[in-house]
Design a protein around this ligand. Sequence first.
Ligand code: 5GP
Length: 190
Amino acid sequence: MENEKYLFVVSGAAGTGKDSVVKALREAHPEIEKTVSATTRAPRPGEQEGVDYYYRTREQFRHLIDTDQVVEHNFYNGNYYGTLREEVDKRLEAGKLVVLVIDVHGAANIRRMFPGATTIFLLPPSVEELERRLRGRGTETEASILERLDTAKKELAQQEKFTLTLVNDEVDACAEKLYGIIRQRAGLDR
Ligand code: 5GP
């Protein structure tokens, strides 16, 4: 599709801050749109249907897959997560800049489906900083932190498969760098 160059995937290991960076990006540049994924996990306090996710039962999610309504999906931590085809297509067709915030596995699938998309791998400043951030959430057991850290290290090894990497040392600065990359790759800076 001609407009695939307007499609951007922001991915990275847990704890690298991809949600915070994309939130800052969209606050500063509201013309950038983010797709809403479908998930089978329960809403967390404060989350809203259609804003954070489309919350679906397993049966409903299975139907979405069977009827080809998701462009990619993954099973993570006991739940399904998937990007809805319509969420992507309607925005690209309208010529919008679209950002997907998904895991590393999903990014690989998007790359296959949309070869013209740009995939960005967000890096923590260091593994030590990543550990500090994971611990900083203060909500998890030692075993769970170590497991997440182990997963994160494996995910970090995927970075060479991405179009480019970006270090998240400070959220707003990183969001601005990301904006620069988006404009340039979308051909808006000519
Ligand atoms: P959470 O439950 O914390 O909201 O999300 C868990 C993980 O699933 C995060 O890494 C998040 O980026 C990822 N995720 C959210 N939506 C999607 C999606 O549509 N596809 C894939 N592959 N991963 C997703």
